[in-house]
Design a protein around this ligand. Structure first.
Ligand SMILES: Cc1ncc(COP(=O)(O)O)c(C=O)c1O
Length: 389
C-alpha cells in the first residue's frame, strides 16, 4: 500500500519549514557556529522558574480551565493594558495556547473555509503559510523587498481590491521575523486607514513587542480593535521558548471559535508553565530590558561587521534578526550561499528564499547567540566573502 496516498492534499502541499530543516542539514558540521534558530541564549529568570517549582510542589499537575487559569488571564490582560494600552476582558477575550504557534494554527482552522485567501507580506515567518494551507486556505504573498521590507498601504489596497471577498485575513508581524524591521505608529495608522474599509481580520503577531529598540511598540489593536487578533507570548520576552506559553486576544465572537479549536488541539496548556507565566507577567514586566540591551549591542556588532564587507541590511529595529543581502557572487542564490558558508566557514545562517518571495537575495542571521560566538562568526563571514569576491 502506498501510505502517501492516504495523506491529505493540503498536508502534501506543505514543505517542512526552512528554518528547522536547514538547521538539521548543517547541524552535524564540526565547529559550526549555529545562528539559525530564533532561540534566546538567555536563561529564564530565576523568579519565574521558582514559581513553576512551587506550583509543582503544590501538586498543580492537573488539567486546568482550558482557556487558561483565571490568574493567567487576569495577568495577561492587565499586562497588555499597562504596556500597550489594550483593553481585553480576561473572561472572554484572552486564551492561553501552547505558544503562538498553536494560536496561529487554531485561528486559521477557525476562520478559513477552503479557497479563502490570507494576505501574507513576505519575506515572512514560514509558519503562516503552512497554517493557512492546512484548512485549505490560499496564501496571497505581497513581496515587500522593494519597500525596505515594509508593507506599503497602497500596494495592500491594490491587492485587497483585486482579490475582493476571497480575502479573510491579513498577517502583520512586527517586529518582524526574519527582517527585524518594525512599524511605528504613523505607519500602522496608514495601514489601518486602508484595512478599515474591508471585511478582513488582522492577524497581528507581536511576539517580539518587548524587543523593539528605537521606539515604544504600538499595538495594532489600538487602531482597529474589532478586526484585530493580537498574538503575544513569553518565548522571546522572557526567554521561555521551551515553556510553550502563547497568548491570543480577540473579540468574543472570534476568540470563542479559536478556543474551540484549542480544546481539540491541546485542551489546556502545561499547568506549571501557566503559574510561571503569571509570575512573569505580574512581577517580571521588565525582564526583557537587560536582555534587550545585550541584543542591541550584538545587533550593532553584527550589522556593522556585515556592512564592512558590503552585506547591507534594513535597519534592524526589533527582534533579534538581521536580514542581510548576499554578496554579488551569490546574487539571488541564498541556498547556495548558506550551504557554502556552512561547509567552508562553519557558520550556520538561514537562506532568505525560505521566507517567501523577496527573500531570495538575502540570508537571515540570528544574533540571539553569545557575543563571543557572534564576533567569531562575523570574522568567518568576512573572510568567506573576501574569498568569494
Ligand atoms: C514571528 C513569530 N511568531 C510566532 C513564533 C512562535 O512562537 P512560540 O514559541 O510562541 O510558539 C515565532 C517563533 O520563532 C516567531 O518568530
Amino acid at each position: 500500500m502506498d501510505l502517501k496516498q492516504l495523506i491529505s492534499k493540503n498536508a502534501n502541499k506543505i514543505q517542512p519549514d526552512v528554518i528547522s530543516s536547514f538547521n538539521s542539514q548543517v547541524a552535524g558540521i564540526k565547529d559550526l557556529i549555529p545562528l539559525t534558530l530564533g532561540e534566546p541564549d538567555f536563561n529564564t529568570p530565576e523568579h519565574i522558574k521558582e514559581a513553576a517549582v512551587q506550583a509543582i510542589r503544590r501538586n498543580e499537575s492537573h488539567y486546568t480551565d482550558p482557556q487558561g487559569i483565571p490568574e493567567l488571564r487576569e495577568a495577561a490582560t492587565s499586562y497588555v493594558h499597562d504596556k500597550y494600552g489594550l483593553d481585553y476582558d480576561p473572561k472572554t477575550e484572552v486564551l492561553a495556547t501552547a505558544g503562538v504557534s498553536e494560536a496561529l494554527l487554531c485561528t486559521f482552522l477557525a476562520i478559513i473555509d477552503p479557497g479563502d485567501e490570507v494576505i501574507i507580506p513576505t519575506p515572512g515567518f514560514p509558519v503562516y503559510e503552512g497554517s493557512v494551507t492546512v484548512p485549505g486556505g490560499k496564501p496571497v504573498f505581497i513581496d515587500t523587498s522593494d519597500n525596505g521590507f515594509k508593507l506599503d498601504p497602497n500596494k495592500l489596497k491594490q491587492v485587497l481590491d483585486e482579490h475582493g471577498d476571497s480575502v479573510k485575513a491579513l498577517v502583520l508581524n512586527y517586529p518582524s521575523n526574519p527582517t527585524g524591521v518594525t512599524y511605528n505608529e504613523a505607519e500602522l495608522r496608514a495601514l489601518a486607514d486602508v484595512i478599515k474599509d474591508y471585511d478582513v481580520l488582522v492577524i497581528s503577531d507581536e511576539i517580539y513587542s518587548e524587543l523593539t529598540y528605537d521606539h515604544n511598540h504600538f499595538s495594532f489593536a489600538r487602531l482597529l480593535p474589532d478586526q484585530t487578533i493580537t498574538y503575544n507570548g513569553l518565548s522571546k520576552s522572557h526567554a521561555m521558548t521551551g515553556w510553550r506559553v502563547g497568548l491570543v486576544f480577540a473579540k468574543p465572537a472570534i476568540l470563542s471559535e479559536i478556543f474551540k479549536m484549542h480544546m481539540f488541539a491541546s485542551f489546556s496548556i502545561t499547568t506549571n508553565a501557566q503559574y510561571a507565566a503569571v509570575e512573569a507577567l505580574n512581577n517580571g514586566r521588565n525582564d526583557a530590558q537587560p536582555m534587550k540591551k545585550v541584543y542591541e549591542e550584538r545587533r550593532d556588532l553584527v550589522a556593522s561587521g556585515l556592512k564592512a564587507v558590503g552585506l547591507d541590511s534594513p535597519k534592524p529595529e526589533g527582534a533579534f534578526y538581521i536580514f542581510a543581502s548576499l554578496p554579488e557572487s551569490y546574487k539571488n542564490d541564498s541556498m547556495k550561499f548558506c550551504i557554502d558558508l556552512a561547509n567552508e566557514a562553519h557558520v550556520g545562517v538561514v537562506p532568505g528564499v525560505g521566507f517567501g518571495p523577496g527573500g531570495e537575495n538575502s540570508f537571515r542571521i540570528s544574533y540571539a547567540a553569545s557575543t563571543e560566538s557572534l564576533k567569531e562568526a562575523v570574522k568567518r563571514i568576512q573572510e568567506f566573502v573576501k574569498n568569494h569576491e
